[in-house]
Design a protein around this ligand. Sequence first.
Ligand code: ADP
Length: 191
Amino acid sequence: MLNIILFGPPGAGKGTQSEKLIKNYNLTHLSTGDLFRKHISERTELGLSAKKYMDEGNLVPDEVVIGMVAEKVKNTPDTAGFIFDGFPRTVAQAEALDKILSENGTPITMMLALQVDEEELLDRLLKRGKVSGRPDDQNPEKIKNRFTVYDRETTPVAAHYKQQGKLFNIKGVGDIDTIFSRLTEAIDAKV
Ligand code: ADP
């Protein structure tokens, strides 16, 4: 199995590149942000509890996220692999993911980390907010809070996979197809 973590700050292009990668490698897209938004639109209890964190740009508590991911992995037995997008976002989530996958007999293959500077990220997110209607993409203060949370909670996740020799940094600026080629080159060199 090919299990990839697509890593990077909000607005790095994880969703866009995930869509292309799943088609190319026949993988399952596991985006925790998308799963939460689906719960919110279906007004489930999990969605209601996640919404208040998301709207402020804060992280949903680890146990809620981890439970949701474990269930999705368990319910997807016949897949060539996963693209994890927006997860793990804390070291506790990374440790939980390693455990879930080792029980499944299929460890993380690699982490691809998209590198984009903050000015470009803010610009992309505000543009996305105008078309998507996502409340967390419309307010510069809330976006700044997501960057702060990212630096504090999520950046250490890269070191966790670097220690395992699985971290690959990819330049995330340029046109979509150029970035996609950089990603596939790194994947094809590894597998
Ligand atoms: P982005 O990467 O642009 O911030 P996402 O769609 O990945 O957007 O996530 C949107 C929001 O959903 C996050 O700001 C956070 O509140 C919540 N969320 C998504 N994934 C996680 C996670 N792994 N842990 C905690 N909260 C999460």
